[in-house]
Design a binder for this molecule. Structure first.
Ligand code: PLP
Length: 485
């Protein structure tokens, strides 16, 4: 006989039924009602979510697309003939026209002056970051300054910097807010050799904690001689970026994070004045004006084409304009307000959940107030005796209820290590264990600590029911011991 209690039995622990909670939510956050155009959009364009009973809480992983986006895109493909844009024939010209209008739409979307910025299409944000890494003129006295809070695709640039003997400096974070140590940032920004190239990279929003880092750092870093790389991948799905107000040298993004479809297209939005500084390590089809075998010469395009290797993902590019229209249709202020109210409710409810003996159920990593934070929340669960509940267990339970969440460290090891209290010494011990570590080795080596967390993130079409269902799931862990899970 199974001695475990029925986990799925309805246990509320302070959580009222959805109708009552919804009423109270609207009383506490009446502005939420002004975002009801999102409910209409969800009903019209994302009805598959409710038809199939999905609770989607991984908007930082990927945005979702509306049905109308793919129908409009399919219509375009059905009604026109598109050739490879590298020619001047009629089908190519047709495509070329759309490629160039997409570049312009992207720049317009960010209020970027075409005289100041270019839009380079890449495969994704990581592709854009790699372009910078491989082309940036790091030299021996250069610095690559970056925050602990960064996605691995930004961390990876350090390998290019290292190869060129530049120094790599990380700015640590303060706990429990998981914000960058501003004192250290100010000090590091003032320490550079202005005669060489120096790059400062940070995310506008953390994909781990949802922390939003100040866009004001861009100007102060540039004034001291830094080039600034802003990773906007996790920020843009729910926040506008105005490049007529802020002027980073480089911005990277993936479009599927904003509106779900298409995948396989990202962008590097770069200052024209900085393109000449970047030296590509090779050339490829599409990137050159002339290349010769016998003459052993090549000349790169000076514009965005010089950075777009081979044939663009051209048939997908028109879907970018369609997706950007979807965001504009709702508008960032509405999206932002919805994210703010739902996240606030989530934070209050998750922190309130306690075991009957007073022990906390959930530890949220990062800010628990809505100041300078987005709709991404990372956390760990603890059983009634205060032991970590492995994030895999939470994910299993969520999966069974058709709730899509993310677990692990989300490609942001700096945040993960700080949040989970894993020290440099802990890591050095693990790294000296064997020549090569798999994730499971790290997990078993970091004894008694979790090596990952549970992440939920809300987005464009999230509603109250989505967040309620997660809190309802969480409340089922109240008073449970590890042996019962
Ligand atoms: C902040 C941040 N930067 C960069 C990336 C990399 O994006 P992609 O995997 O689309 O290249 C991600 C992906 O989650 C991210 O959240």
């Amino acid at each position: 006989m199974n001695s475990k209690p029925n986990f799925d039995q309805k246990i509320s622990f302070g959580l009222q039924n959805i109708e009552l909670e919804n009423q109270q939510f609207v009383r506490n956050y009446p502005d939420y009602l002004s975002t009801n155009s999102i409910d209409q959009l969800r009903e019209a364009d994302y009805s598959i979510l409710d038809r199939q009973g999905h609770v989607y809480l991984d908007f930082t992983g990927s945005g979702l697309y509306g049905e109308s986006q793919i129908l409009t895109h399919a219509d375009l493909l059905r009604n026109q003939v598109f050739g490879n844009p590298h020619s001047t024939n009629p089908t190519s010209a047709n495509m070329n026209h759309l490629v160039e209008s997409t570049r312009k739409t992207v720049l317009d979307f960010f209020h970027a002056d075409e005289e100041e910025y270019v839009c380079i299409f890449t495969q994704n944000a990581s592709g854009a970051l790699k372009l910078i890494g491989e082309s940036y003129p790091f030299s021996e006295r250069s610095k690559f300054l970056l925050t602990y809070d960064n996605h691995n695709s930004v961390n990876g640039i350090r390998e290019f910097a290292r190869k060129r003997s530049a120094s790599i400096v990380y700015i640590p974070m303060t706990t429990p807010e998981m914000r960058i140590d501003e004192f250290e940032l100010t000090s590091q920004l003032s320490q550079l050799d202005p005669n060489v190239n120096n790059l400062f990279a940070y995310p506008a929003q953390s994909n781990f904690s949802g922390v939003q880092h100040a866009l004001g750092w861009i100007k102060s870093a540039q004034e001291q001689g830094w080039d600034v790389l802003l990773d906007a991948a996790a920020f843009l799905p729910t926040n506008s970026l105005d490049l007529s107000v802020f002027h980073p040298d480089f911005v990277v993004l993936s479009f599927y994070k904003l509106f779900g479809y298409p995948t396989g297209v990202g962008a590097l939005i770069a200052k024209r004045s900085q393109l000449t500084k970047l030296t590509r390590p090779w050339f490829a089809g599409g990137t050159i004006t002339v290349a010769s075998v016998q003459g052993d010469r090549h000349y790169l395009h000076t514009g965005p084409e010089g950075f777009e290797d081979g044939t663009l993902n051209f048939l997908n590019l028109p879907a970018i304009e369609i997706g950007l229209r979807q965001i504009k249709r709702i508008g960032y202020p509405t999206i932002h307000l919805r994210i703010e109210t739902l996240t606030k409710w989530l934070l209050v409810k998750l922190i309130e959940l306690k075991h009957e003996n007073g022990n906390k159920l959930i530890q949220v990593y990062g800010p628990t107030e809505m100041i300078m934070r987005g709709g991404t929340i990372s956390m760990n669960f603890f059983d009634v005796n205060g032991h970590f509940i492995d994030h895999g267990i939470i994910e299993d339970h969520a999966n069974r209820e058709n709730i899509s969440i993310r677990t692990g460290c989300f490609c942001n090891p700096g945040d993960g290590e700080v949040a989970l209290g894993i020290s440099k010494n802990d890591l050095n011990t693990c790294f000296s264990m064997k020549p090569r570590l798999e994730y499971k080795d790290l997990r078993s080596c970091i004894d008694g600590k979790s090596t990952g967390a549970v992440r939920i993130s809300i987005g464009l079409v999230s509603n109250f029911s989505d967040v309620y269902k997660f809190v309802e799931l969480a409340s089922k862990f109240v008073n449970k011991s590890l042996s019962e899970l």
